[in-house]
Design a protein around this ligand. Structure first.
Ligand code: FES
Ligand code: MG
Length: 572
């Protein structure tokens, strides 16, 4: 190998004999059949996130072919390698529980193997955050691409999308309006092909905010998984990875406090999933800074929601694609974003916006003058019930409930809620506040998407559509209601949420940004003295032990403390 070879030399510490080390590497990699000429070029790693369990990544093999083509056309040598793949439906106990494991896998494999740059192939909800977290920590030039959204399905002439329609149609089945045979038929139509959920769930949100952060080539977030443009984007991503390697642009130069602020702005403007707040916080922690939740709140108050996608709107990702994708949104909020942020293209976000074709008539992205909601996406709440914060998706809540005081009806765990919620004898009224404890990062564990507490059956039957609901859990990007999420610290680590009892009075004021438990301090102290952590947090082995020992709260993105650039001093 000549001196210009970078890839195979990377990290060549050897055991005191660098020459021998390189000789060995060369011998083993040549067993793959590569020629000296092939090896004498920049090496571009490609994360293979295909899995037979992950239909959201079904097109990854095709994408890898296209990425390889791009790398080779640009003069590099592509080498794919496996990392963990995760699908939302097949990640027990939750995909959030496993996200950090994937991030560790990505970080270590990118660092361990020789590569001058890496192409990250994300898609399903937790994969994009895990890839970006791992790449940020590995400090290797990295470029993201995604598998892209699914196209919509249809049933009896009605357009269907996962998984906003999954819940709705299952509800109709339970109500007796759809029989066994038909619901069986529908199960084959909700997810009609490869790609990610095609509503504004977490996958779509993370793809869009990642593109906004500059980690993806322009236009990549919204291209449907089955569209030929998806392969062209993959090819271009491979080609760009080669020059990214030459430019030595690191993830930390792209994912800066300013570009994360752009991501938060876009999160609000697209009406994105609350889960993105957790993931962005984790990414920030890898890079040595904290996601500023007060800033997120301020942006939420002033940024109009422009994208008209389900579950809050009417369209799907393929409609956003036809409307021009993310750049159509960015052009609308041009004056609200930092145009100077560097992107993987080596140019700034502003330059990329200006380089895109101009807009055309479309109805998936509204104008600032005519938004879906005039400000009021995700808001921050603080108070004695959530000293380290909680969030609410204001635009998805019943306006009358945004300022509400009510009596707490408490469920101590998911199991307790499942057992009693629909009990006709449950003492609950429409103006009560439903509280779910022990469903946070350590509580459930894995902070499941259980924050969308169902309306108790007897109230639902009486026509109650929304109630104030509070928990330390997360919520699917496809759900809505007056739902307070991510209460921190969580109940399972002794947070005040775990001290709430039936009949306590809770006051929510979204405008003021407060969430308070109207119980005096002496009483709370007395309850705290009696509190003990749930048994399940005492784990002695395996990944679970690592998880329970190290997982942080929602405001730190539920990352493991030791994976942050600057671990928190937790005083232990
Ligand atoms: Fe993978 Fe929805 S299940 S994106
Ligand atoms: Mg989801």
């Amino acid at each position: 190998m000549s001196e210009k070879t970078t890839g195979m030399r990377k990290g060549l510490a050897g055991y005191g004999d660098a020459g021998f080390s390189l000789f060995l590497r060369k011998a083993f990699i040549k067993a793959m059949g590569y020629s000296d000429d092939a090896l004498d070029r920049p090496i571009i790693g490609i994360t293979n996130t295909f899995s037979g369990y992950n239909a959201c990544h079904r097109n990854v093999p095709d994408m890898i072919e296209a990425i390889k083509r791009g790398v080779m056309l640009a003069g590099g040598l592509p080498i794919e390698f496996p990392v963990i793949s995760m699908h939302e439906a097949f990640s027990h106990p939750t995909s959030m529980y496993l996200r950090n494991l994937m991030a560790m896998d990505v970080e270590e494999m990118v660092r361990a193997q020789p590569m001058d740059a890496v192409v990250l192939i994300g898609g399903c909800d937790k994969t994009v955050p895990a890839l970006l977290m791992g790449a940020a920590s590995a400090k290797v030039p990295a470029i993201l691409t995604v598998t892209g959204p699914m196209i919509t399905g249809s049933h009896k002439g009605e357009r269907l999308g996962a998984c906003t329609d999954c819940r709705r149609l299952w509800g109709q089945h339970r109500a007796g309006n759809i029989d066994e045979a038909e619901i069986e038929e529908i199960s084959g139509k909700l997810a009609p092909g490869p790609g990610t959920c095609m509503v504004m769930g977490t996958a779509s949100t993370m793809a869009l905010v990642s593109e906004a952060m500059g980690m993806m080539l322009p236009g990549g977030a919204a291209i449907p998984a089955v569209h030929a443009d998806r392969m062209r984007h993959a090819e271009a991503t491979g080609a760009r990875a080669v020059s990214l390697a030459a430019d030595r642009i690191l993830p930390e130069q792209i994912m800066t406090p300013a570009s994360l602020r752009n991501a938060m702005r876009v999160l609000q403007a697209v009406g994105g999933s609350t889960n993105a707040v957790v993931h962005l916080a984790a990414i920030a922690g890898r890079l040595g800074f904290d996601l500023n939740l007060e800033e997120l709140d301020a942006l939420g108050a002033e940024t109009p929601v422009l994208v008209d996608l389900k579950p809050s709107g009417q369209h799907y990702m393929e409609d956003l694609f036809r409307a021009g994708g993310l750049v159509t949104v960015l052009r609308e909020i041009d004056t609200m974003i930092d145009r100077d942020c560097l992107t993987v293209t080596g140019r700034t976000l502003g330059q990329e916006i200006d380089a895109q074709p101009q807009s055309w008539p479309q109805d998936a992205v509204r104008t600032v003058a005519d938004p879906i909601h005039s400000g009021g996406g995700i808001r921050l709440l603080r108070g004695n019930l959530a000293p380290q914060g909680a969030i609410i998706k204001q635009a998805a809540a019943t306006p009358e409930l945004l300022r509400h005081t009510g009596r707490a009806v408490v469920f101590s765990s998911l199991a307790d809620m499942a057992e009693r919620l629909d009990d006709p004898a449950l003492d609950v009224r429409a103006d009560d506040v439903l509280v779910l404890q022990n469903a946070g990062p350590k509580g459930a564990p894995g902070m499941p998407e259980a924050g969308y507490i169902p309306i108790p059956k007897k109230l639902a039957a009486a026509g109650v559509k929304d109630m104030v609901r509070i928990s330390d859990a997360r919520m699917s990007g496809t759900a809505f209601g007056a739902i307070v999420l991510h209460v921190s610290p969580e109940a399972a680590v002794g947070g005040p949420l775990g001290l709430v009892r039936d009949g306590d009075v809770i006051a929510l004021d979204v405008e003021a940004g407060t969430l308070s438990l109207q119980v005096d301090d002496a009483e709370l102290q007395a309850r705290r003295a009696q509190w003990s952590a749930p048994d399940h947090v005492n784990v002695s082995r395996g990944y679970a032990k690592l998880y329970f020992d190290e997982v942080l709260q929602a405001e730190d993105g539920c990352d493991f403390n030791f994976l942050r650039a600057n671990p928190r001093n937790l005083g232990q």
